[in-house]
Design a protein around this ligand. Structure first.
Ligand code: NAP
Length: 546
């Protein structure tokens, strides 16, 4: 289908539409949006702040960055040719390989010709008279487009701690989510890492290999479990390739689109021996199996959760030589799996190395950054390099960085002040013709699987509008309310939603993010898709289409 909205509705005051659709962000969502919307014959432009494609996998080039999902389950599934020609070299590919893959996708589908790099969107204002969005970049360039589709990523607004003196530090400092392209040499250097989430853990285990001295500043420890990565040889890749249809079918059926699926048994329905043997197998198995493929009640029943937490705690004790250090590395404020589980490779053994030191910020908090290093309540440390692995203003933060104004100048930040309200995580009331891919309340998990679904849903909606000569799509208030209530209902009973983390919208480094809100959809992905499929099948009655 070929559609153009450019001349249909033109009046004398109407701004010339530069594009039918502007996509913000050239990560995996934005790249696929471009591919699918261009197929409709739309004039599409992707605006990307970076200088290359990849989004998360462009910015997070910190040492040790790699997939925590199986590589072959994380790539795009839409093109058989792409599946046929791309070989993954490891079960969990590293950032350089992932970036190479996304560059290959870019080249194969000739995407970059419609991607405008070094283009950070500063504001986006809905023009009700002309049913379009007016976007302004930070360098002043302006564009008008019928549709605006955000492909911002849920974890793309890095946040720094609010310590005094950060600017005074005389050495080099980096945030993991804004890592430079040049290689950083740690050999013989005194390096500090602040933060022990998934990014910190990957960084620490890599930097520990070469740093002269590595000091880890940990606030709350996380429950880390082994990634158990390994290389993929040619023969194994051929087998994986032959199994792609079943693999993607499996990802369509599991709760969070991973290859791992919840075990239907309850923790206490099996004997102690069966349970221990199962957990031993999970601990020795790959990736998120122990988190996403565990007994059905470990993330909802406090007793079951305590048991698996004790199991993992004992594993940590068994791997860290110094008992005091081991206890510091075991979380006591939340149970296993209630925050995102970092995946590790010899992470705990790093603390047995003579060049590695662990500082608990719960015992001796950082007071300030100094010109020479870091001052805690107990001591002053000198460093050559400080790495901030302090995370992101997740889910809503990337929206907040753009001044988005809908009908009557209503600001998105105001609309979402008490937590996001959306229709299927794709639309927001009073923000017509704005669609979100991987926005709040959409199904997350093994993200590319949800990205492909979301993009195709948006593509189908736009195609439907084009077919019926419609220029405006607005979410009805009752539909937004119904979906938001459903998201809240699905959040009930999940232990993770009772814990502070980015998954519950908490970030102590950001004003207004001190209390929990329901930012994620916690139902299953199949349920999510069933809901969205029904909306489409019934002709989008939840939307005002005119
Ligand atoms: P994160 O999980 O939010 O961890 C941030 C870390 O920094 C936490 O340990 C936090 O401590 C600490 N921190 C933040 N502010 C601090 C402060 N002011 N003082 C002391 N410590 C502070 O962020 P992340 O590690 O970047 O990971 C975010 C998410 O990105 C992950 O959960 C995951 O979904 C995704 N990710 C994925 C991969 C992958 O798939 N391969 C890799 C990396 C990240 P507290 O816990 O005490 O707040």
């Amino acid at each position: 289908m070929n559609v153009s909205y450019k001349t249909d509705q033109k009046s004398s005051e109407e701004p010339e539409l530069d594009f039918d659709a502007i996509v913000i962000g050239a990560g995996m969502s934005g790249m696929y949006l471009l591919y699918r919307l261009r197929e409709l014959g739309l004039r599409v432009r992707v605006l990307e702040a970076g200088t290359g494609v990849g989004g998360t996998w462009y910015w997070n080039r910190y040492p040790g960055a790699r997939f925590d999902s199986e590589s072959y389950s994380y790539g795009y599934s839409f093109s058989q040719e792409l599946l046929d020609e791309w070989d993954w070299s490891e079960h969990f590919a590293s950032q350089p390989e992932i970036e190479r893959y996304l560059k290959h996708v870019d080249k194969k589908f000739d995407l970059s010709k419609d991607i405008q790099f070094s283009s950070r969107v500063q504001s986006a204002t809905y023009d009700a008279d002309n049913r379009c969005w007016a976007l302004v970049l930070d360098d002043g360039r302006q564009y008008h487009s019928r549709f605006m589709i955000t492909a911002l990523g849920p974890l793309s607004a890095p946040t720094m701690p609010r310590f005094e003196g950060i600017e005074e530090f005389g050495g080099q400092s980096f945030h993991t989510g804004l890592w430079p392209k040049e290689e950083i040499n740690f050999a013989g250097k005194r390096v500090a890492v602040i933060g022990t989430g998934a990014s910190g853990v990957q960084t620490i285990q890599e930097v520990a290999k070469t740093a002269g001295e590595l000091t880890v500043f940990q606030r709350r420890p996380n429950w880390c479990t082994p990634l158990n990565n390994r290389k993929i040889g040619k023969e194994e890749m051929d087998t994986i390739r032959a199994g792609y249809p079943e693999l993607f079918q499996r990802c369509r059926e599991t709760a969070a689109c991973f290859v791992h699926n919840i075990d239907p048994r309850g923790t206490f329905e099996v004997t102690d021996e069966v349970r221990d043997a199962f957990w031993e197998k999970q601990y020795a198995g790959q990736g998120f199996g122990i988190w996403q493929g565990n007994f059905r009640d470990i993330l909802t029943d406090p007793e079951a959760n305590k048991l698996i937490s004790d199991f993992v705690a004992d594993k940590i004790r068994g791997r860290v030589n110094d008992p005091e250090t081991a206890e510091l590395l075991i979380p006591t404020d939340h149970g296993f799996g209630t925050r995102r589980v970092p995946q590790e490779t010899h992470y705990f053994e790093v603390y047995n190395q003579p060049n590695v030191n662990l500082i608990s910020m719960l015992e001796t908090p950082i007071e300030r950054i100094t010109a020479a290093g870091i001052k805690t309540s107990a001591a002053e440390y000198e460093f050559d390099i400080i790495i901030y692995a302090t995370g992101f203003d997740a889910v809503m933060g990337s929206f907040d960085r753009i001044d988005i104004q809908g009908v009557d100048g209503q600001k998105l930040t105001e609309t979402w002040k008490a937590g996001p309200t959306t229709f299927v995580g794709v639309m927001v009331e009073n923000f017509p013709n704005m669609f979100m891919v991987m926005g709040p309340h959409a199904a997350l998990g093994n993200n590319p699987r949800s990205i492909e679904y979301n993009v195709e849903w948006v593509r189908d909606l736009i195609a439907e509008m084009a077919g019926r000569d419609l220029t405006l799509a607005a979410a009805r208030p009752e539909a937004v309310e119904q979906w938001t209530d459903f998201v809240k209902l699905k959040a009930e009973g999940l232990l993770a939603n009772e814990i502070d983390s980015w998954m519950t919208g908490v970030n102590m480094n950001v004003e207004g993010r001190q209390t929990r809100s329901i930012v994620r959809y916690s139902g299953t992905a199949p349920e999510y898709r069933a809901w969205c499929d029904e909306v489409a099948a019934k002709g989008y009655q939840e939307l005002n289409l005119t």
